[in-house]
Design a protein around this ligand. Sequence first.
Ligand SMILES: [Zn+2]
Length: 321
Amino acid sequence: MSTLLLTHPVFLEHAPPDGHPERPDRLRAVNKILEHESFDGLIREEAPRGDPEDVVRAHPADYLHMLEQSVPDSGLEPLDPDTWMGPKSLEAAMHAVGAGTRAVDAVMNLEVSNAFCAVRPPGHHAETSRAMGFCLFNSVAIAAHYAVETYGADRVAVVDFDVHHGNGTQEIFWGDPDLFYGSTHQMPLFPGSGEVSETGEGNIFNAPLRAGDDGERFREAMRSRILPSLNAFEPDLLIISAGFDAHHKDPLASLELTEEDFVWATLNLMDIAARHCDGRVVSMLEGGYDLQGLASSAAVHIQALMRGSGDREAPELEDVD
Ligand SMILES: [Zn+2]
């Protein structure tokens, strides 16, 4: 059993305007660090194009059609002040969807222990009918619905440690007690949601942090609010919205997390998945805007997935810096 890595060259062709933080170099930095020999044990696949039938598990068909009609032949079209559509942006977003559903197939069928999807654009800000915050489709929400509807999963959890609140995932999951959303995030910060009092049907668990909070505060929030509620939920599949913009070097936020904090969170989430769902974890890249902080954090997160997957060839953490 091992760890699956899904990515696709089209993710580099979604190119927002110059100076935009959510840029192709982000994924180039992740791809480059994953060339290190310590990642030779990964099973690597190209992410397939997502099926429109899967997109509409979380978004109405009208929304998909609106985005299809927004694709420019050249140049860039704004969908909101932060979110841009270029000629290849929809293709990239469709392959991000396909990465998520392929990863669900692989872990539900026990082909692999767990999977990481190195994708762009991110997805957790996309609401049912609204692109925002660099996101077109909510890939984790689509993957969760896909697992329920294709594999009969009774309960699917998304845990989101991106520094921004995943308002889109919360909104899509809001009324469904079989879907769990747990998030640590900086507040106040974009998008403005994520208060502890936002609880949906008792299936939403927000643990906001303050600017300047470090790994200790992050771990305390995970230990006191996210991990116990996730454990009580007993998921059949755990999906991670893996954003690395809570890293201390990130230019878009002000938390002080280190690589070790991402490893700690990953291993604790994997422990709960091992207890309830044979370790089935699908992790999808969300944010992370300092190239070095993003690459090193994604690297140790993936190494933790590999170590926990029972792959004895997987490296120790200090092998990559
Ligand atoms: Zn973010």
